[in-house]
Write a protein that binds this ligand. Sequence first.
Ligand code: GLC
Ligand code: CA
Length: 560
Amino acid sequence: MKISTIKREWWKEGVVYQIYPRSFQDSNGDGIGDLRGIIQRLDYIASLGIDIVWLNPVYQSPNHDNGYDISDYQNIMDDFGSMEDFDEMLEGFHKRGIKVVMDLVVNHSSSEHKWFKESRSSRDNPYRDYYHWWPAENGTPPERWSFFDEEGSAWAFDEKTNAYYLHYFDKTQPDLNWENPKVREEIFDMMHFWFKKGIDGFRMDVITFISKHDGYPTFEGVHGDKMIDVYASGPRLHQYLHEMNREVLQHYDIMTVAEGPGTNLSNIHDLVDEDRQELNMNYHFEHVELGLDARKIVNSDHRNLVKFKKIMSDWATAFDQKGWGTQWHTNHDFPRQVSWFGDDTAEHREQSSKLLSTFLLTMRGTPYYYMGDEIGMTNAKFDSIDDYDDLMTINWYNLTMAEGGDAQKLLESHKLSGRDNARTPFQWDTSENAGFSSAKPWLKVTDNFKEINAAEQENRPDSPLNYFRELTQLRKDNLALIYGAYALLLAEDENIYAYTRTLDDEVILVLLNYSSSSHVAEIPNVLHNGDVLINNFDTLEKVDAGFSLLPWQAVVLKIK
Ligand code: GLC
Ligand code: CA
């Protein structure tokens, strides 16, 4: 790879830090994180050396799905504050040189949105066609699977007009009808509103689902979550995104990233290649779904490093010539990185969490880093269904009970895989409620906050927090870590993940021991001599075949 041939972009070079506002910092003692809480923590966020913040939805919402059910796209949720707070927060980030990316949730709205209230009120209401309706006199609609529905169906019967409406997610999240040009126009206007305020981009929620198949055909033999691929292959997806680009995106210096269920290596270029003029980046799910069956039941592929490396390598090299990728381990929908990919026992927690951060920040693709991972926060591992807030776990638990299935097994799996694991309050210090709130938090604080918290790590030079700060600086100082070609070594090794990043004449070697015992990384001789750029241990043992790595050791070397 040659730097002279690469189109440099701020969104390729930046590190994204994701903030789940509900759980970051409560400023007014109601147990719910809010925008003024974020304002209080601006200096902390800036101290991490990150460049871009992605905020989960902060719009008006009845909160059935924590803000992913929006009832007013141009106002701030009461729990989170006001538009003045938002403006002050945005300014605070910009002053510190940090860009702000918002969530765009336009596959569906809330059932409380005025459009839906109108739409369901009568068949001839002007808003009727803002959503997808199936008249009941046509019989039962063709099968559609829902992610969250308590009965599993994406069609909900609405008595008032004797018709079914479509909801890929919860009943309270009816799908918007993108086939209707008026809907697109409303959405594009709303996007202009936020860009004119000065936001720097959008993360687009399940954007691959916006185009529906005409007439809602039956898809023989496609059931359950297999329907995701069908949902992502709507006939006009690319037409709508191109139109969005032309009408809105191209007029601003902003970034866009698709949340892309159903994206894979054969369809991804249509979405992100520059000449397509659609979106900049996408995130796929292949690596986080490795080891997961339906309803997030964990299977034996969890922690299969050889398969993991193959997935990561295929995606990292897919954008060698065109397009650009992303790297991430967790977000508000997936468990904590240290609990899922690392070892969260006291003995290995810090080193494994540092290793995982090293991976994300030395891979090719923009890193999306989830709040709290910088201090190595772990899964909550709730024992009881009563501790859960997330409608996904709760509805699947109820559905499993209703089917006479093994609900206990689901609970056990969700300790590892459930969404609430990453949604617990940020662990700031050892005070009550971990310094998150003076009141009882909306979701239980994980009980290890006395050992794992930002205050304790702040002044400890070898803490995960300070290590993360070194990593963000390292990435800034080495363009090879951003643009360099990626090449996998030791593809079949079950413990070591090793790769090089090469830009012009510079070669950087990354060695990661994904295991709780020592292993030798057998590396070609030409890569044996280098300067250590970062190491999560004080030592590095050189052996004839290469390097002997301690449990969860992570080392980055510049080859001489
Ligand atoms: C996305 C969000 C998730 C939400 C769903 C429906 O997957 O990340 O939190 O529940 O879309 O909007
Ligand atoms: Ca609050």
